[in-house]
Write a protein that binds this ligand. Structure first.
Ligand code: APR
Ligand code: ZN
Ligand code: ZN
Length: 366
């Protein structure tokens, strides 16, 4: 066991604290990772506010990269010294989904079995099974994916959550390819990542939709070809118009990605898709929200599909190394997502800044 500094949320709504925690030596199938960088995500704030569950105290942080320090018995996938990006859940390799070869849909994912604790022995709940606002954390070895060690830790750590969710919503769930038109509603970290993913795939046009002009600017830097300010313009009409100008007869976008997580923006996405188009929901709704009441004939008549994207339907072992390579080649601008690098004492201040129009991600660097 060892003691390290970490960011903990003790009670609902209380400011986070930097405290000393106990990190056990890795048991069978586990690894201890020395964290180098960890992004501040909305989900961390959600945990702190009691919006996920009430299993306080939480060890926050889950968009991270670092170096494996030690591994437990039976671990073969990673070794001490490996530079890794962490993911939320290690796959089991044995359930129906895994046996079908669809590991990204594993029904039986897991995290480390042992618990990290506060100095008084109170067990911590690590955010998304990671807990990486910490000098070191304990995870299941399968949560570690080896990537190019020369990559910038603050940039590639972001692949662990929001950026992967957005890119994956486009290239995995939405199956965006060159020659397809894409509209992305909501240009926060996730939406802008969906735009970057669509650009990587060669989509055109790529239409960014937001109510905030600053967000639309960021979207253009990452590959949006058109923007719609939905506080001023009719989203559905504009998407139809733009796509119709490029592709004769198009009545909307081939793929519309909803990255806000609200019924009214999902409804816009529904009507902005072309015939046989795909709607992808990646914004996270709250439990009280329901699907808008829509004529069933509109679902049937337009064909296509309505999907949701969970963690970008990513397979970390496939997607993380590929995206890090594209970043290293200068084809995916992950640096654009890092608004600022901060210290471990500045997480609370980063939560405050989260809703400023010009912050995509604050990243704790250790
Ligand atoms: N129409 C268009 N854009 C909107 C609207 C709207 N009605 N309402 C909000 N937005 C925009 C915001 O201006 C912001 O740019 O949606 C974006 C949401 O981005 P973030 O709050 O930064 O969230 P992000 O990290 O991208 O996550 C997307 O998934 O994890 C959840 O809570 C998160 O709901 C959010 C979503
Ligand atoms: Zn499985
Ligand atoms: Zn996250």
């Amino acid at each position: 066991m060892q003691q390290v500094k970490a960011v903990v949320a003790r009670a609902e709504g209380a400011p986070v604290e930097v405290v000393t925690i106990n990190v056990p030596d890795p048991g069978p199938g586990e690894a201890v990772v020395k964290i180098q960088a960890c992004g501040v995500c909305h989900t961390d704030l959600h945990y702190r506010q009691g919006g996920i569950n009430d299993e306080f105290p939480f060890l926050l942080g889950h968009e991270a990269s670092g170096v494996v320090e030690a591994v437990g018995e039976g671990v073969t996938g990673v070794a001490p010294g490996d530079f890794v990006v962490l993911n939320w859940r290690a796959v089991c390799g044995e359930c129906r989904a895994c046996k079908r070869g669809e590991l990204q849909y594993c029904f039986n994912t897991h995290n480390a079995k042992q618990k990290m604790t506060l100095e008084d022995g109170t067990e911590l709940s690590p955010a998304l099974g990671i807990g990486a606002f910490a000098e070191k954390t304990l995870v299941a070895a399968g949560q570690c994916t080896k990537v190019d060690p020369s990559a910038r830790p603050a940039a590639v750590g972001l692949l662990g959550c929001g950026v992967m969710a957005g890119i994956g919503a486009a290239i995995n769930t939405g199956a965006v390819t060159r020659g397809k038109s894409v509209a992305v509603i909501g240009c926060g970290g996730v939406g802008v990542a969906a735009i970057a993913g669509s650009a990587l795939a060669g989509a055109s046009p790529i239409i960014a939709v937001d109510i905030d002009a600053q967000k639309l600017e960021a979207a253009q830097k990452l590959g949006a070809t058109h923007t719609i300010d939905s506080s001023k313009e009719d989203v559905v009409a504009r998407v139809k118009e733009i796509c119709g100008e490029v592709y004769d007869g198009a009545e909307g976008a081939d793929v519309v990605i909803e990255a806000v997580g609200r019924p009214e923006t999902w409804e816009q996405a529904f009507y902005a898709r072309d015939l046989a188009g795909t709607v992808v929901l990646v914004g996270v709704p709250t439990p009280d929200m329901t699907v808008p009441q829509l004529p069933l004939i509109d679902v049937f008549g337009r064909g296509g599909s309505l999907k949701s994207s969970w963690y970008g339907d990513c397979l970390p072992t496939r997607d993380f190394p590929m995206l890090v390579d594209l970043y290293q080649q200068g084809r995916l601008d992950l640096d654009a997502f890092v608004t600022e690098e901060i210290g471990i004492d500045d997480v609370e201040a980063a939560f405050e800044k989260m809703h400023h129009g010009n912050v995509l991600r604050s990243v704790v660097v250790l």
